[in-house]
Design a protein around this ligand. Structure first.
Ligand SMILES: *Cc1c(COP(=O)(O)O)cnc(C)c1O
Length: 383
């Protein structure tokens, strides 16, 4: 058994970001400033969009995206049950009503046919999640959006590298929301960003992310001297700090090498688990790029001789941390009480939620770490 615990989803942190954080500390400019602006420019350039607004989380981005699209009480937003609670909470905090459409059992992404069935005269937006980094069927979703005049927010928390038929995830709908949380493909600790092609939406995200003020604090306190500001809207406090951007600035330069490293681990898992009775991630079309954020296996007790939670516990006892992405949103008590959802209303998400287990996939993993995961899984699962 390995000597130390393999913590699930730990990021790779290298010397340049450590130095940059120290430089930021020494400069005494910790808040939103030149580094946050530079990180916004680099992410926008990477994704090929004109506008990016750095925020303190993707959750904040999802909330602001709902706010700037002008969603009102009674408006409905269709999203997926196979996501993190933040996706649904953002809709609720913006005052709108979340509506779930079940996922495709193979791609685990929201099923456009299920979306069609959930459209009502109140539907105003779609909020697809590119689950695990696999692109949603955006052509079908955008066709539905055009037909019914819906806005589209893409939850790209897993999907910074994702591409779909020549387009980059997060640039296909009206707004794309990205996460730099510690477990994501590139990190700033806590952090997020909203990307958009629409200058007006970008301006409004920026303003609403900083109290609704007319100019950001960085501009107010530079050596240009003090300037009065107006408060134009009632906003939130969601801005990204330079301390966070100091990490992200260097992480983004390694986005490709980290992806390559996860690709090696992914291929190794596929080879080493091919003879096991586990469900493995489905292959994707050649005209898509998968961001390889989560390697999820499906543990069917009748085939494997043990259930998902049994495998999770056995790996834990072997000092290997795993994750569960996700138990269906409809399995969570608060949504059942508030919206009357039953898990069985979304049978594909329910089945995935009961069987899925995410194995370590971070670019931080050494070859020995990966070997330890493989050995532990192979010894636990009946051939
Ligand atoms: C991580 C995650 C979020 C939230 O990101 P934060 O930056 O932690 O707020 C939202 N949606 C999905 C699908 C996620 O995985």
């Amino acid at each position: 058994m390995r000597a130390n615990y393999l913590v699930f989803g730990q990021p790779r942190i290298e010397q340049p970001e450590i130095d940059e954080v120290l430089a930021c500390m020494r400069s005494a400019w910790l808040g939103t400033g030149p580094k946050a602006a530079e990180f916004e420019r680099r992410v926008a350039a990477y994704k090929g969009v004109p506008h990016a607004v750095g925020l303190n989380s993707c959750t904040a981005g999802l909330h602001l995206a709902c706010v700037v699209l002008g969603l009102k009480p009674g408006d409905e937003v269709i999203t997926t049950p196979m996501t993190f609670c933040a996706t649904v909470n953002a809709i609720v905090h913006a005052g709108a009503k979340p509506v779930l459409a079940d996922v495709d059992p193979v791609t685990m992404n929201i099923d456009p046919e299920q979306v069609r069935r959930k459209i009502t005269p109140h539907t105003k937006a779609l909020l697809p999640v590119h689950f695990a980094g696999r692109a949603c069927d955006m052509d079908a979703l955008m066709a539905i959006a055009r037909e019914h005049r819906l806005k589209v927010i893409e939850d790209c928390a897993h999907a910074i590298e994702t591409e779909y038929r020549g387009k980059k995830a997060g640039t296909i709908g009206d707004l794309g929301c990205f996460s730099f949380y510690s477990t994501k493909n590139i990190v700033t600790g806590e952090g997020g960003m909203v990307l958009t092609r629409d200058e007006q939406l970008a301006k409004r995200v920026k303003r609403m992310g900083l109290h609704g003020m007319s100019a950001d604090a960085w501009k107010r306190f530079t050596d240009d001297g003090y300037k009065h500001y107006d408060v134009e809207e009632i906003g939130f406090k969601y801005n990204m700090m330079d301390l966070q951007a100091a990490i992200g600035l260097h992480q983004i330069t390694r986005i490709e090498s980290y992806w390559q490293r996860r690709q090696e681990i992914w291929q190794r898992y596929l080879r080493e688990f091919a003879d096991l009775p586990l469900g493995l991630p489905a292959a994707w079309p050649a005209d898509e790029r998968h961001a390889l954020h989560l390697f999820t296996v499906q543990v069917d007790k009748s085939r494997c001789g043990l259930g998902r939670d049994d495998l999770l516990m056995r790996l834990h006892r072997q000092n290997i941390g795993t994750g569960v992405h996700y138990r269906s949103i409809a399995s969570m008590s608060v949504y059942q009480q508030r919206f009357g959802w039953r898990p069985t209303d979304f049978p594909n998400a329910l089945a995935i939620g009961e069987q899925t287990l995410s194995l370590p996939l971070s670019a931080r993993l050494s070859d020995d770490d990966v070997s330890d995961v493989i050995a532990a899984v192979r010894s636990a699962v009946r051939r």
